[in-house]
Design a protein. Sequence first.
Lengths: 151, 943
Amino acid sequence: VNICTFRLGSRLFGSDIHLVKEVVADARIALVPQASPDVAGLVNVRGKLHLVLDLHRMTGLERLSSPPDRVVLFKQAAGESFGVAVDTLGDVLSLPESAIEDRRADEGPDSEARTDERRRARHGIALGVGRTASGLVVLLDPRGLLPALES
Amino acid sequence: VNPGFDDGLLQEFREEAGEHLAAFEGEILEIEKQGGSAEAWNRMFRAAHTIKGASGFLGLARIGAVSHSMETVLALVRDGKMGFSKIVSTALLAGVDALRRLLESAPDESGTGIEEVVARLEALLDPPTAASVLEEKGESHRLGVPGFSLSTCTHKLRQIPSGHRHQYILAFRREDLLRFQREGRSPVALLRRLQKMGQVVDDHMPGEDPLDPGASPGASILILFSTELEANHLPAATGLPSAQILELDLAELLNEIRTCEPGSLLRSRGSSGGPHHELPPPPRPPAGLERRRAKSVGPPEPLPVLVRDPASSHLEVGSRESTSSHGEAAQRRAAAKPGPAAPPREGAADLPPASAPAPAASRPVADPPQNHDLHAAAESIRVRVDVLDRLMRLAGELVLVRNRQLGRMEGASLADREIAQRLDLVTAGIQDAVLRARMQPLSNVLSRFQRIVRDLGQKLDKEIVFATEGAETELDRTLLEALSDPLTHIVRNCCDHGIELPADRVRAGKPAHGTIRVRASQEGSRVRIRIKDDGKGIDVARVRCKARENGLRCEEELRRMTDREALDLVFLPGLSTAATLSDISGRGVGMDVVRASIERLGGTVALESEPGAGTELDIHLPLTVAIVPALVVVADGARFAIPQANVEELVRLYDDDVRKIEGAGREDLFRLRDHLLPIVPLGRILSSRSPLDAEARGAFSRSDRDRREERLEALHRGEVAGVSEVFAVLSTGTGRFGILLDGILGTEEIVVEPIHGALAGLPIYSGATVLGDGEIALILDAQGLCRHAGFQPAPADDPPPETGDTARSARLLLFRSGPDEQLGIPLSAIRRVVRVDPESLETSGEREYLRLEGRSVRVERLDGLAPLSPAPRPGSGFLLLPSGPDRSWGLLATALVDSGEFELRPEPSPEDGPLVKGVALVKGRRTVLLDESTLLPALSGVP
């Protein structure tokens, strides 16, 4: 499986590259007052508007000092397109299926990771965890993101 | 569905069939009302036929079955073999509904009750005459040559218009279809093309489905095609090699059937042996009439299915069909020729068919079938909606580019300016044209109501006529789509609650049939739609009662409400549940939803009802919503766009004037002319996720006032150059309110982009847009803002609540009536001032009348109505004609003093009464202020 990876703080996230439509650097995110706190805002990509989610908040990770300006857009039906704001972009990793663990089966000993894991599991946004040479990568499920928005 | 053909095809079919069905339904309803012409039946027949043909191509069997039954019924009615009655039309309408259900669920074709519909239609065919046209019952004909033959039935052969002198069997093989597809021609397009050139009478798939990916290249579909085209044109017209085109001499053939005595010449044959065993055998062994009837066109081709030896070509005719029916068919054919029926010719294989063009009158049903469509095709083409939408978006982007370019024109050279100007013009032109292209007539929606009203009338035992005016008025298609549901709701309400039962109507002295009339017209950049019924109207007392019972309004509020305001209560959500409304004499079921959806479209809706006489809903809508002029404003450091349609005015206050935003104890108010306008800072609305209430607004008001005072102090100390506040007065159609802004950037034409679904729950936004500089601005929704701010906005035409003796400004007309006092009346109360011409003055008893533009206007004097000095008799000076609908009177003014905006500090006075609301010093003189809200009604009420 080819994984497009990105970092939020020090944590590595990724998503199946087939689900990623585009990566936008230098995005200017317009705030949407009154929206869910999980919504970072809207971004204009070549005249089209896309919703951007605040993945930091959704995963409970702390933000870096500068606001994220990179957005990973997921493939969605027209008009419902959305993405997540990330701190830095990583490489595209190729992981064998065997290196991916279903998050529900994750019984790792790392208690801190497990807490994070549980939070994500509650949101239903993580598909699983992949083991790479450089550490763990949390695989996001774009379909799970919108339903997980805090109202 | 045939695999290998994409969803696009299906979608195309769905759209086209949907349009056919809509036209079909319209025809039936029309025929029910005023009877049908043969041409109307023919159009319906063709609609059913086209759907059936295309469904065959797409492998939609159930749609094929239903449309086939409808087609059969229609053929019988058209040919006068079946009488037309409500039973027939109801069965056909049921068929339309069934097809719609199936289309919607295609390719699955799930839908309940389909079999019942088919059974219902088939039941109509029960009379024995009907059976003769049914393929299934054994009267099929086989046309062509072995291996290249197609079975069809008599009634289809009879459908062939006399103008079509040539009939062919076209063999489309899999390889042809694939080739066409590579060339971008879909089977549906192919079929449509054929229909344009002639008529596809029947089709048949002798073996494998050629569209099946596993099919052999030779698998084919045979089409019986009738046309005016000569054989030598056909290869080019169809894209088929001539060897796959077989001409039939059908006219000759049918003539033959008539002149020959069946049974004597017919030689019994086995059901269908030999080369075409793959054909489904007719249920009964048909007797064959073997003649040389078919001939090939063009040079020989090594195509196995075409046998060029004339001796082996043949035609089979099922034997069960009665002679008379054959005879009739042939007679029709014969009648279509000028002269007596030609005798059967021998060796026709090498002769062209001899039928001459028929005089049109000889056979009324014989117009070329696509006459209608062809005519339309010349003026319009079908454009895919997504292409149109894309064009719309691109035009929108062009507008943005233009805006950006125009924004950079400062200091540009003359040449650059010229180019920019040109760009501006062209962009406006494109925008206009694209918007126009998206416009569709309201009749697209209204046409459905004939059916809805008919069905509801039948169900409710009411007689209801549905009439439209101005149905050709056009609206943007997105608006039209969104309008469909609210309109349906309103019309249903009219039928259900408005129109009474015929007996009740007659008792009330009204015609037994109720009328629902929809009138549409374009008024400037808006469209007005009025839906009026002549039913029993809404009982305002009951509405008040319900509002009180349901706790929506308290006794006191209801008492102070005018009937008009009370009527407006039916738009409240709580008054609209079916349970509470079922016993109210008006509409109201979901009227809150109706209002909400119309407001969402940027429109307004108002209700008027007269007990016993009916109810009218008045809807105003913008023509288009996609590109709107908007005011771009700043609040909390972000930009927002407010559609200009909602912005009434902008007010900027400088320095000490900012104190005019008064915190009337609780919240900010501004006296704008003679109305008190509630005001709240936009930033405060935006930053609160929950709707504001009076308490929250009060808190804002106090802190904002403190902040303003601090700045004013700074101003007075000379620390800042100036203090100002700016607010926009927004109108929601029902009321007005103000929002304080941090800044105003100007106006811009914005392209409304729908907001993401995850944000759709935020009522304060109606969309988002990209501004000229590429920045995003959210588009504010005035209604949503108003609700979120918690305002009960002051109705635009209501007197504001009085708040003590504070100064206010008002636009007044100052005049004199008697010699003593100076009077003031709000300018808004006066429509016009005319000079009193003594020549035109007439007296009748105590009263005076002024002849004015062909009518007589009563001269009213104030001294009879309030303790004021008497006005002279006979009247002289001027007549103040009131605004409002009443044109029957005018107020006498002996002299006009001044008009304009004046600061007032009204005080109570001895003259105070129902018509006088205090005095004030205006221009240094004591001025008696008239209360327009009581004056106008009081005088209008004078007999």
